[in-house]
Design a protein around this ligand. Structure first.
Ligand code: ACO
Length: 432
C-alpha cells in the first residue's frame, strides 16, 4: 500500500505522494505543490531536496555508507582500480574481461592531444590557475569535436561511448600538460602501452633523456586516490553537470561547468586548503592549537580544512580508507612527511573537542588525499585537477542519466523574491 503524506494549509488538506528508493530512502513528491496550492518548497542550498532519481551512487551520510551501483566503496578500494570503477559507474555493471579490454583500449586511443588543442594552452599565462585552464580546455573539446557535441540528446547519446572515453582520457592528459606548461617544460606524449595511471605519471615526470617508470606502489596509490573520487551522488559539481546537461548541453560543455563548480575551496579546492593549513602549522612550529581555536570561532574563512561534510554526519568512509592508505604508501615509499604527523595530531585533537563532536565534524576524503599526492610528487597546485580527473566518470554517468531520461525536464528551481516591490524608473537628474 503506497504511503500518502498530507499537507494542511489553513483548513485545507492536500495529499502528496510518497516516493521510496531502492534503499528505503523516502521523499515527499512536491512536483505539483505550486500548481495545487500556490506554495513552493523553500530549501536554500537544496540540502533537503531530491533533485532527481539516480541509479549511480547510494550514500547514507548518517551511517557512513557509500556504494557505487550497489557495490561498497571499501570493496572497490580493495579489489578494483580506477578504470574498472569508472566503467562500473558509467555503464552500471562491472565489465567482463572483453568489455574491460575494449574500454581500456578506447581510453588509450584517445589519450593524445591534437596540436591545435595544445596551442590553446599557449594563450594562458603560465601562472594561470590550473582549474581555470582545465575548465577552458574541456569546454574547448565541444569546439574541437562538434560531431560529438551537437546539443541534441539523441545524437549525442549515439556517440556517447567515444565522447566519454575522450573526456576521461584527455582530462587526465590535460592535467599532466597543465603541470608541464606551468613549469615551462615540453609536453610528454602518452604511451599507448601504459595503463591509465602509469601513463599519467609518465606524462608528468618523464623527460627527453629519462623515462619515468612508476613504482607499482605509486601507480596503485594514484589509482586509489582517483577511485575514491569517482562519484559522490548529488554534490555541488555533479548537480551542476546535471543542471547544465538538462538544457540539452553536450557532455563536454556540461563537464566544463562541473570543473568550474569543483574549483571552489568549499568543494574540490579543499584538498589544497588542507595542505596549506598543515604547512602553515609546520612553518609556525605550532601543534595545531591555534588553528583549532580559530576554527571554533565559526567563520567560514577559518574553518578546519578537510573537516566536515555536507552529507556525512558520522564519518566519511573514503577518509577511513585514504587515512590508512596514506600511512601505508608513505611507509612503502620510505617517505617521512611531518605533515602526516600534524594531520594525525590535529585529527585526534579535533575528535576530542566538543565543538567538532557536537557538530559532527569528522575528517573528509580531502584531509589525507593531499598528503598521498605530495608523496607521489604531485604539486599542491594540481590537487584539485586530480580530483577532477577522478570525478569525471561520475559526472559522465550523471550526464548520461539526464540525457537518457525521456521524462526529464530542464532544471529550473524557483525562489522567494525579497527585493524591492514595484517602483518607477527615476531619470538620472532626479536621483539622489
Ligand atoms: N571547521 C570549523 N567549523 C565548521 C567546519 C569546519 N571545517 N565545517 C562546518 N563547521 C561548523 C559551521 O561553522 C557550523 O557551525 P554553527 O552550527 O555553530 O553555525 C556547523 O559546523 C555546520 O556547518 P555548515 O556550514 O552548516 O555545514 P555544511 O554541512 O553546510 O558544510 C562543508 C559542509 C562545506 C564541507 C563544511 O564542513 C566546510 O566548509 N568544511 C571545510 C572545507 C572542506 O573540507 N570541504 C571539503 C568537503 S568534501 C569534498 O568536497 C570532497
Amino acid at each position: 500500500m503506497p504511503q500518502i503524506a498530507s499537507l494542511k494549509i489553513d483548513e485545507k488538506e492536500y495529499p502528496l505522494a510518497v516516493m521510496v528508493g531502492t534503499e528505503g530512502e523516502r521523499a515527499i513528491d512536491t512536483r505539483k505543490l505550486r500548481a495545487d496550492t500556490g506554495f513552493i518548497c523553500y530549501d536554500q542550498g537544496y540540502g533537503n531536496t531530491g533533485s532527481c532519481e539516480s541509479a549511480v551512487t547510494f550514500l547514507d551520510g548518517e551511517n557512513g555508507i557509500l556504494r557505487h551501483r550497489g557495490i561498497p566503496i571499501e570493496q572497490l578500494a580493495n579489489f578494483s582500480d580506477f578504470v574498472e570503477t569508472a566503467y562500473l559507474v558509467i555503464y552500471g555493471e562491472l565489465p567482463n574481461r572483453e568489455k574491460r579490454k575494449e574500454f581500456g583500449m578506447k581510453l588509450r586511443q584517445n589519450a593524445a592531444i591534437e596540436t591545435q588543442m595544445q596551442r590553446i594552452f599557449e594563450g594562458f599565462p603560465t601562472s594561470a590557475p590550473p582549474m581555470a585552464m582545465l575548465s577552458s580546455i574541456v569546454a574547448a573539446l565541444a569546439a574541437h569535436y562538434p560531431q560529438l557535441a551537437t546539443n541534441n540528446f539523441e545524437r549525442d547519446l549515439v556517440n556517447f561511448d567515444l565522447a566519454a572515453a575522450i573526456a576521461i582520457s584527455k582530462i587526465r592528459t590535460f592535467g599532466a600538460m597543465i603541470y608541464r606548461y606551468q613549469k615551462g617544460l615540453p609536453y610528454v606524449f602518452p604511451k599507448q602501452e601504459l595503463p591509465f595511471c602509469d601513463n599519467f605519471l609518465h606524462m608528468m615526470f618523464s623527460d627527453p633523456y629519462t623515462e619515468y617508470i612508476a613504482e607499482p606502489e605509486v601507480a596503485r596509490a594514484l589509482n586509489l586516490v582517483l577511485l575514491l573520487h569517482t562519484d559522490h551522488e548529488q554534490n555541488c559539481s555533479t548537480s551542476t553537470v546535471r543542471t547544465v546537461g538538462s538544457s540539452a548541453a553536450n557532455l563536454f560543455t556540461s563537464l566544463s561547468a562541473g570543473i568550474c563548480a569543483l574549483s571552489g575551496p568549499l568543494h574540490g579546492g579543499a584538498n589544497v586548503g588542507v595542505v596549506q593549513m598543515l604547512q602553515a602549522i609546520y612553518d609556525e612550529g605550532d601543534d595545531g592549537t591555534r588553528f583549532i581555536a580559530a576554527a571554533k570561532m565559526g567563520t567560514k574563512a577559518n574553518r578546519l580544512m578537510g573537516f566536515g561534510h555536507a552529507v556525512y554526519k558520522n564519518f566519511d568512509p573514503r577518509a577511513k580508507i585514504i587515512g590508512k592508505a596514506c600511512e601505508d604508501v608513505l611507509k612503502k615509499l620510505g617517505i617521512n612527511d611531518p605533515l602526516l604527523d600534524i594531520a594525525r595530531n590535529l585529527e585526534q585533537a579535533a575528535l576530542k573537542d566538543d565543538y567538532f563532536l557536537s557538530r559532527k565534524l569528522y575528517p573528509n576524503v580531502d584531509f589525507y588525499s593531499g598528503i598521498i599526492m605530495r608523496a607521489l610528487g604531485i604539486p599542491t597546485s594540481l590537487f584539485t585537477v586530480m580530483f577532477a580527473i577522478g570525478r569525471t566518470p561520475g559526472w559522465i554517468a550523471n550526464w548520461r542519466e539526464v540525457a537518457s531520461n525521456p521524462k526529464g525536464r530542464i532544471y529550473r528551481p524557483r525562489q522567494i523574491y525579497m527585493g524591492p516591490v514595484k517602483r518607477d524608473y527615476v531619470p538620472m537628474d532626479q536621483r539622489a
